[in-house]
Design a protein around this ligand. Sequence first.
Ligand code: ADP
Ligand code: MG
Length: 952
Amino acid sequence: MLNAIFRSIFGTKHERDVKRMRPVVAEIAALEPGLQALSDEALRAHTTELRRRLADGAELDDLLPEAFAAVREAARRTVHMRHFDVQMMGGMVLHSGKIAEMATGEGKTLVATLPAYLNALPGLGTHVVTVNDYLARRDAQWMGPIYHALGLTVGVIQHEMQYLYDPSYASSDIRLAALRPVTRKDAYAADITYGTNNEFGFDYLRDNMQFSLDDIVQREHHYAIVDEVDSILIDEARTPLIISGRDRNAESRAPLYEKVNRVIPRLKRAATIVEGKLSEIEETAEGDFIVDEKARTVSLTDQGGTYCERLLGIENLSDPAHIETAHHIHQALKAHHIFHKDVDYVVKDLETVDDQGRMVLQAQVVIVDEFTGRMMPGRRWSDGLHEAVEAKEGLKIARENQTLATITLQNYFRMYDKLSGMTGTAATEAEEFAKIYELDVTVIPTNRTLGRINFSDVVYKTEREKFDAVAAEIAERHAKGQPVLVGTVSIEKSERLSKLLKKHGITHQVLNAKYHEREAEIVAQAGREKTVTIATNMAGRGTDILLGGNPDFLAKALLSRKGLDPATAPPEAREAAWLEAKKATDPEHERVVGLGGLHIIGTERHESRRVDNQLRGRSGRQGDPGSSRFYLSLEDDLLRIFGSERIQRIMDHLGMEEGEPIEHRLVTRAIGTAQKRVETRNFEIRKHLLEYDDVMNKQREIVYGLRREVLAGESQEETVLEWIGELVGVVVARYAGPEAHQEDWDLVGLNEALHRQFDFRLPDLKVDEIASHQALVELVTEAAEAHYRRREGEMGGEMFHRLERWIILGLEWEGGGFRGINQLWREHLLNMDHLKEGIGLRGYGQRDPLTEYKKEAFDMFQEMIGSLKETAVEQLFKVRMTQEDAPTTRVSHRATPEWQESRGGDLDTAPGRPVTSRPEPRTADGQKVGRNDPCHCGSGKKYKKCCLLKGA
Ligand code: ADP
Ligand code: MG
């Protein structure tokens, strides 16, 4: 009540926002005459001038009026649209990093040009995000002339293709008019880049899988304008982006575990280093491996190494080609000699999903918490140890496909320094935008008063009766000639209605959001007389429905019918076609207006009010007449599941007869309540997904950050020396702790550990010559650094430091590879997947699974970083790299020849995208190119010395 009074005096928040913007709108208008007097060159020079002032310290906000005025003038000259005042306001809202709610047909495509231009001035790029490839292309081509007139470049990112807008470029395909193919990097280097959320997100993930900075295509995430922002940030956000694939060793790894596992029982124990006791180890001790119970590691003796090489038919285990094998021997030794069944783990049948997606029971290794004795399903040991234990127990370890990189759209878009969005329907989801993205919603008034009539819902008892009534209404309006657009919730329902209409003999079109381009052409004509269009809610979105038909689309069709290509047809022919089209659409427009405009029929209420509003919003654009009505039945999911009792009561109260609909505001209100309930539930689901992803998001930032730094070519010497220092500290503390008496120091054990980790021993270590634990740490650190320098000297600084970077990254090539971030992160992602699944299987009592997940994910990540340090230093000290092995020139990614991009996750209902793969290099006759084969580029060099290195 108070609220209502307050509102009537001061207006709503939105009204106040709008009021505040009016003076700026006036300021922009005042600049117009001056700009109109400028020549085209002078108008373009405006950009240079604004950029200069920016460089001199002006703020973007100060430049807004002039920048917006320049865009308005450029638009007027080029695309013959002059931004309306309300569009100026929309632009301001977008510039301020908020969401502008502007109804369908208000010209949001044009609105975006204002902030896109202004925010592109600093030269850091602006991304305009659309819901599909077709719209990205269309908008870039449509708005391109405006930016072009102002001297800015425009890129378009498509699935596997990308362009720069270039009016001088003659394309042979009308759909690609004025689009010049360029590299992905060039498209991103443009001032403004149009593309879909999927492509932007996948490019980000791919960038972070590259092995060379040259292959990274995106720049920073400066500013994004998300069109249809509710679709992208809410509907699509239910499923994360995932790049998965079988990596180079996927096929060879499972057999490798098994092969190595078979070798282990044949090896003989040389010695055991036991807790708290000095152990005697002689260099010449017979045996293949030494078990260190204190460090919980096992290492091969020289003899054991040679024996393994013989058993496995390998020449040299220290060769980069066999790093994986050497690593797995160590893990397998640990699995057999340190980790004990029913102590450290149990083997248990657990539910899991098999390759065909069926739930099955499968024997699995389940870790037992060493402190609490609790079983921890889902938790996996890192660094290949879990697989080694699985091999030991004879369990299935083959994993065909695994996640290589993943991110939710929420977390992708939150990376932008400034984010903004526009849509016809945001207000109902304002809370979610605020909480998740810190995005405020401002509702912009329409340019003209809305003329659409929204009839109240009618409810039938059964779905059959409902559809009969829908068909009857369509038939009636169709007979008069009025165009009707029918929305359905699924392809199946569309088909059902289509059959019914066929029985009535009504011609119609069915769209289901499969062929965006073709469907856009059909929807564009949905406002013609006697047209009936059935569409699922995504179909044809973003396309303007003009009453009486769209002359542009019609003109194109006329040209094609005459056998002319609309792209290359002479201007006179195009002009003639357009006039002819206009001649047809103009009177038709009048007739359709007379019939009441476009009528919308909803065949079911959607789970969210927002989607219903989207459907309604397709009619009544820019002051057009129009109407809408929703048909429901008690058998609809929404009513059945969420509103049944209440609605049933109302129904009973009002009395309902077979075939008789009910139309009452109480029903409409009850349905609204049901929808709100579902909206809240769906929001919770998305929040939940995000909470889980946030954990990994932090880890991803750390890992990607480290990767970037290494790729940037900066020397990692400092980092590695730091790691060495840390590792030394840990090792020395284990064998000669600061608390321990000097006579209890286990120097023999220490020396073995040093040998294992750093590949050197300290000769003549005498306890009585070392003053303290600290002195010992310093002595060992010095020795380790000296060894580091020795390796550097042997190999030559440049080669050594390059090797260092390759090792940290985990570079892989055919016939060799290191273990670094790449492998460990990949394994970590797999383990995180298992953890997420497994955490649900645990009996928790009072504990919150999310808290448990966070805690364990943190532990796992720490373990992974620890493994990275250990394994990197170990390889750096041990790897024997011959010139032949070394990938000497620039190395590019080709570690994962088959990446698949997909949308997946907890809720797999969102529209997915086709799974695509990147083919491996093949010869002309389709054969896979071998490493030693002559390169397919014809250079005459071996493939491994040529394109393999360039990543081609
Ligand atoms: P929205 O995305 O808001 O639904 P569109 O960007 O598809 O709207 O534009 C709808 C229609 O309005 C288009 O046909 C466009 O040409 C027209 N339009 C937009 N702004 C203007 C303007 N300032 N002057 C004239 N026509 C405009
Ligand atoms: Mg639009």
